[in-house]
Ligand binder design. Structure first.
Ligand SMILES: [Zn+2]
Ligand SMILES: [Zn+2]
Length: 222
């Protein structure tokens, strides 16, 4: 019907709903530019359009072999070795255990991660000197490296998302590890805002810049 609508000189067919197209076609009187043939529409009731199913009802129960195969495939797919996540020493992200390489095997490539001005040793008093942690900037509690980090290291590059690229924050003290959402809002130094709109296809689109406001942390403490 939309093709017919266009052939009779209407544009922007997608702007119209089905009912509007029917109304416009009914009102339409043909000109010399319209096609000369006549279209005939036939009403098909909905019950006729359903495909007929020839399979017996109710269907036969599954063969034991097939049941066994489905269950064993599922347990294979969800075996603990395939879904366990461990931390990457270079980027600090949790990644699937199956895609990890050991840190030991990359020992000779870690020199690119030696950076100054990224880490800071914990100080117990104000008079303690400010020092950095020696050696490559990695999470020493992790013994594995993820695939993207491994690739970059093998090429002699610092991975973009890595602790050595300015993302190092050190060990989070236990007091800060168990905060709830409101407490986290109180200690955050920066609050970020961004605006999204829902577009007609159901996806989302960011419509403006991400704005970061500094939280007046000192005032919160007072
Ligand atoms: Zn026409
Ligand atoms: Zn990584």
């Amino acid at each position: 019907m939309r093709k017919l609508f266009v052939s009779h000189g209407y544009n922007h067919v997608n702007q119209y709903k089905k009912n509007e197209i029917i109304q416009l076609l009914e009102k339409h009187s043909c000109t010399s530019r319209c096609p000369q043939n006549i279209s005939v529409f036939q009403c098909i009731s909905e019950s006729n359009t359903k495909p007929t199913i020839s399979a017996p009802f109710p269907p036969r129960s599954l063969e034991p072999d097939l049941v066994h195969k489905i269950i064993s495939d599922w347990t294979d797919e969800f075996h603990s070795t395939k879904i366990v996540e461990i931390g990457c020493a270079v980027c600090g992200q949790l990644k699937l255990c199956t895609n990890m390489t050991t840190l030991k095997s990359l020992k000779n490539h870690l020199h690119v991660l030696e950076k100054t001005g990224v880490t800071r040793k914990q100080r117990k008093s104000a008079s303690d000197p400010i020092t950095e942690i020696e050696g490559p900037v990695i999470d020493h509690s992790c013994a594995h490296v993820c695939e993207p980090c491994r690739k970059s290291l093998r090429n002699g590059q610092v991975p973009r998302i890595s602790l050595a690229n300015g993302l190092w924050i050190g060990n989070v003290p236990p007091e800060l590890q168990c905060l709830n959402f409101t407490e986290r809002l109180l200690i955050q130094k920066v609050r970020t805002n961004c605006c999204f709109v829902k577009v007609s296809s159901g996806m989302r689109k960011m419509i403006s810049h991400v704005i970061a406001f500094e939280t007046p942390v000192a005032k919160v403490y007072e």
